[in-house]
Design a binder for this molecule. Structure first.
Ligand code: ZN
Length: 245
């Protein structure tokens, strides 16, 4: 099986389409999406529809997906995120609202667990540091756990013999081998990267070969920015796409 693993699309259809084209959907058996399909970006309905069009896809709920359907309080969001969330909620079609309502917070398939934030706190917790990853290894039982939420690609490896938990930042186009270690893996963000690289990020799990591919792909950032301007979305959300921050 060949899985396309994506996260944090955030309503950026131009970036999503670039990823779907680069990943060559014909070769993909299943899509795993780690949440935050909407929020921030100008095309929430279209992004959900793209996912729904791929019949074998599985998606977990992110905090922005829940915020858009008023399932969580957005008081803790910054003002730009609040504004974008309210706008997103007003745009959603009934079917797409229903789609977001039904998203589970955790999916376990074979050797993999999927969550948005962390296995301990699937919707909210950020796994940025090895210390947080260390605590989270006891909250899932599969070998691999895929997370999103930080918008920054990362791989955390459980070293049971040394009790060390190290983070490595994957290098684009260099495969990540899966050995006997347990891993927490973040594919980065499709629609709003925050690791200083504005290119859309995605991963592909080659199950039989035992490797994870990691790629970045360019997309027409100016086109997404024009659409955001047209919709009256906040300037800070528009400009950050240029810098990947
Ligand atoms: Zn996000």
């Amino acid at each position: 099986m060949r899985y396309l693993i994506i996260s944090d699309i955030h309503g950026n259809l131009v970036a999503l389409d670039a990823v779907l084209a680069a990943a060559d959907l014909e070769t993909i058996d299943r899509i795993w999406c780690l949440g935050d399909v909407v929020g921030y970006g100008p095309s929430p309905n279209q992004c959900i529809s793209r996912l729904r069009a791929f019949s074998d896809h599985h998606c977990v709920a992110g905090n922005h997906d829940w915020a858009a359907i008023s399932r969580i309080d957005i008081a803790e969001f910054n003002p730009s995120a609040q504004m974008a969330c309210q706008w997103t909620g007003q745009q959603l079609s009934p079917e797409n609202r229903d789609y977001l309502e039904r998203l589970p917070t955790r999916i376990v398939q074979g050797n993999c667990t999927l969550v948005h934030g962390s296995p301990r706190e699937p919707v909210w917790e950020y796994i940025i540091y090895p210390s947080t990853a260390q605590l989270n290894f006891q909250f899932f039982h599969s070998q691999l756990c895929f997370v999103g939420h930080t918008h920054a690609p990362a791989v955390f490896r459980e070293e049971t013999s040394t009790q060390k938990f190290e983070i490595s930042i994957p290098v684009p186009d260099q495969p990540i081998p899966i050995d006997d270690k347990r891993l927490i893996v973040n594919p980065g963000s499709v629609g709003q990267p925050r690791d200083g690289d504005p290119h859309a990020a995605y991963m592909i799990l080659e199950e039989e070969a035992g490797i994870i591919e990691y790629h970045r792909v360019s997309y027409d950032i100016a086109l997404t920015q024009d659409l955001m301007l047209e919709k009256g979305l906040p300037d800070s959300l528009i400009s950050r796409l240029t810098f990947g921050w």
